[in-house]
Each structure stands twice: as structure tokens, then as C-alpha cells.
Design a protein around this ligand. Structure first.
Ligand SMILES: CNc1nc2c(CC[C@H]3O[C@@H](OC)[C@H](OC)[C@@H]3O)c3nc(N)[nH]c(=O)c3cc2[nH]1
Length: 381
């Protein structure tokens, strides 16, 4: 990451339509059109895709992850090699998560205390100590444009006192993350650090978390602690409680979400940024997302079907290969199956996001939401 002073990180709220928001984030590596879907590239790659292809689908941001990259190849090595943008040949915006979520879901022998979290690598058993300061240092070494505070994402359901403890710890870690980010000169580099709202499924804890974080000068705010197995209506209820008390002039990022329907319903409740492994992971398991719902290419009913997934799609994976061929590739466990279906799925997610951005621009978001859901309900033609 160059040390020259960049223009500051900024967010412009361009238009609203109900609670849906159309905006633009400016980072050192370009402009992010919101609402935006950010493909997950945990280990410095969006699995089964070339970076140029990811860009062609319409992605403005990809994700990297502190937990995975600190273990391998290490943040120091990526820094020595010119930073994550150069390392993975992605010259556009990169967002990194702080690693807390993965430590709790992937690492062994985890011990969490006030100072941070101690754990052993799931790769080679080596011991680590991840603190709010170290997480921000790693994200700075990676050259991340949008960084996350270290937080504790608690599983749901959990007793209210547990939710409160984790939320209050995350607030203290938010302050320590901010101090480290400013010590490393993040703002002058035009980078952003997001505070992460916690509070589980407890409305008054959500509100307190958002209000306390809003007192700190974060460039953006994430809604964490959701998409951890709760039903969609609980997630949406938490958004209805939380977004109204989040700063309206800063981006809002709902972490780890979601299905196409989750995206539609969350934009309708004031969310700007999303990330999810769904489109890429589903692609590797033979599942295609289309304008008319999901198509499971493992299913024998596709064996003789000469039609493409969607002849009108701009994505060649959707328009230039028959369902019969895709079914064959999936059954044969061929590498091209994952490549084509991942490509199709990311292209569909970006098509959906572009549709939402246009609908908000033109003041017809509610119509777009209902029409899109009706098309999905038609099912695969
Ligand atoms: C899936 N549901 C979900 N994911 C979540 C993630 C990880 C997303 C991160 O996990 C990796 O994908 C598996 C991605 O890493 C590149 C992504 O950034 C979260 N991260 C933090 N720091 N705090 C949270 O409260 C949180 C909640 C989540 N809910």
C-alpha cells in the first residue's frame, strides 16, 4: 500500500426510495456502486474465477480475510510482495474481515478474553493471539481499503446475558481497533474502518450497540451477528430495529448475507453492502441461480434439456451452454462445472444488484421487489 496521501474515504447518498438507498463509496482503489454485492475471496481468490471475470460480472469489491491470510501466506509476506491488490491481481476495492468470525468457526482450542482471542491454526496447529490491534495491523499490511474491527459474533439463540457480554466486549474492541487504525494512518491513506453492530436478536442491545458505535468516527458500519442460523424473519426484524439508529450518511454492511431474497428484503430495509459465500459455494455444488429461481443441475430431469440456463443473460455461462451439458459436467465432477456455475451465479447476483440500483434511481423499488419475487416464484421454466 503506497503511503502517499489519498483523497479521503467517502460515501455519497445519491437517492432513497422508501428505506432503500442508492449510493457511492470512494476508496483508494475506485468507486463502489451501492447497493453492492461483494464476492467472497477468502484466501485471495474468488474460487473458480479469474479476477478479470469477476470484474466483468459487475463486482466493484471482493473480500479477503484476516484469519486465513494471517495463517497462510501471512500478512507480512503479502506486504513484502506489494499488498493484496498486487498479490491477487485485483486492482479494485478490497474489503477484509477482521478474522473473529472465522476463529470462532474454524480454529481449534480457542480462548477468548478481554485482550483478544488465542487459538491454534486449523492448518498446522501453530498458536496465535489475535487482538483488535493485531487484526487492524494485518489488514493494513494487506493494504485493505475497507477494514473491520475485531468483534465477537455470538451464535443464535444465546442467553441474553451472553449476547450482552459479547456486544459490550465488541464495543471495547471497537475503540481499540479505531486507535490502532489511526495510529497506522488509515484515514490519510483513504482507507475505511467499520464498526460492527452486535446484540444478537435482542432489540435493545442492538440499539445500544449502534448508538455507542455511532459516537466513534468510523467510515462505515456493519451489522454483524446475523446470518448465523436464525430464520429470515428474525434477521429482517433486527434490521428494522437497527438501521434506523445507524448513521444515515455512512455505508451499512450486512455481513455474510445472503440469498437473492435476503438481498432484496435487506436493501428494502436500508442496507448498502453484502457479502456471502452462497453464489460461489452453490456453484461448486451444482446449483444455479437464475431470474426464475434456482436450478439444481444434479437433477436427472436436465439430462436431455438443450436449453441454456438463460438465453437472455449477458453471461456466456448462462447463455451458451445447455442444461444437458451442465448436468453432464456436474455428474462427471468436472472442474468446468464449478467454473461455469460460479460464473453464472456471480453474474446473476450482480444482475440483481444492478436491477435494484436502477429501480431505486427510478423510484420504482417496491415494484421491482414484488416483480422479482413473482418471477422467482414462477420457478424454473
Ligand atoms: C455467513 N454468515 C455470517 N458471516 C459473518 C461474518 C463473516 C463474514 C466473512 O466470512 C467469510 O465467509 C465465510 C468471508 O470472509 C472473506 C466474510 O467476510 C461476520 N464477521 C464478523 N467480523 N462479525 C460478524 O458478526 C459476522 C457475522 C456473520 N454472519
Amino acid at each position: 500500500m503506497t503511503n502517499q496521501t489519498q483523497k479521503p474515504f467517502s460515501f455519497k447518498l445519491l437517492k432513497t426510495d422508501g428505506l432503500a438507498r442508492r449510493g457511492e463509496i470512494t476508496t483508494p482503489h475506485g468507486t463502489v456502486r451501492t447497493p453492492t454485492f461483494m464476492p467472497v475471496g477468502t484466501q485471495a481468490t474468488v474460487k473458480a474465477m479469474y479476477p478479470g471475470q469477476v470484474r466483468e460480472t459487475g463486482a466493484d469489491v471482493v473480500l479477503g480475510n484476516t484469519y486465513h491470510l494471517m495463517l497462510r501466506p501471512t500478512a507480512e509476506r503479502v506486504d513484502r510482495l506489494g499488498g493484496l491488490h498486487t498479490f491477487m491481481n485485483w486492482p479494485h476495492t478490497i474489503l477484509t474481515d477482521s478474522g473473529g468470525f472465522q476463529v470462532m468457526s474454524l480454529a481449534q482450542l480457542r480462548k477468548l478474553d478481554e485482550d483478544g482471542v488465542r487459538f491454534q491454526s486449523h492448518i498446522d496447529g501453530q498458536k496465535y493471539h489475535l487482538t483488535p490491534e493485531r487484526s487492524v495491523e494485518i489488514q493494513g499490511l494487506l493494504g485493505s481499503d475497507i477494514q473491520m474491527q475485531l468483534d465477537e459474533c455470538i451464535k443464535l439463540p444465546s442467553p441474553e446475558e451472553e449476547v450482552q457480554r459479547a456486544m459490550e466486549l465488541s464495543l471495547r474492541w471497537a475503540e481499540r481497533s479505531r486507535v490502532q487504525f489511526e495510529k497506522m494512518g488509515g484515514p490519510a491513506k483513504g482507507q475505511g474502518l467499520y464498526g460492527i453492530v452486535q446484540g444478537g436478536d435482542v432489540p435493545h442491545l442492538r440499539v445500544r450497540s449502534a448508538e455507542e458505535l455511532a459516537k466513534m468516527p468510523f467510515e462505515g458500519y456493519s451489522v454483524g451477528g446475523l446470518a448465523v442460523g436464525e430464520p429470515q424473519d428474525v434477521m429482517l426484524k433486527m434490521l428494522e430495529v437497527t438501521t434506523p439508529v445507524m448513521p444515515a450518511d455512512k455505508p451499512r454492511y450486512l455481513m455474510g448475507v445472503g440469498t437473492p431474497d435476503d438481498l432484496l428484503e435487506s436493501v428494502a430495509r436500508g442496507i448498502d453492502q453484502f457479502d456471502c459465500v452462497m453464489p460461489t459455494r452453490a456453484g461448486r455444488h451444482g446449483l444455479a441461480y437464475t431470474r426464475f429461481g434456482k436450478v439444481n443441475l444434479k437433477n436427472a430431469r436436465h439430462m436431455d434439456d438443450p436449453r441454456p440456463l438463460d438465453a437472455e443473460s449477458a453471461c456466456p455461462a448462462a447463455s451458451s451452454y445447455s442444461r444437458a451439458y451442465l448436468h453432464h459436467l456436474v455428474r462427471a465432477n468436472e472442474a468446468l462445472a464449478a467454473m461455469l456455475l460460479t460464473w453464472n451465479n456471480l453474474a446473476y447476483y450482480q444482475f440483481l444488484m444492478q436491477g435494484m440500483r436502477d429501480a431505486i434511481d427510478e423510484g420504482r423499488f417496491e415494484y421491482f421487489r414484488l416483480k422479482t419475487k413473482a418471477d422467482w416464484a414462477k420457478g424454473d421454466i
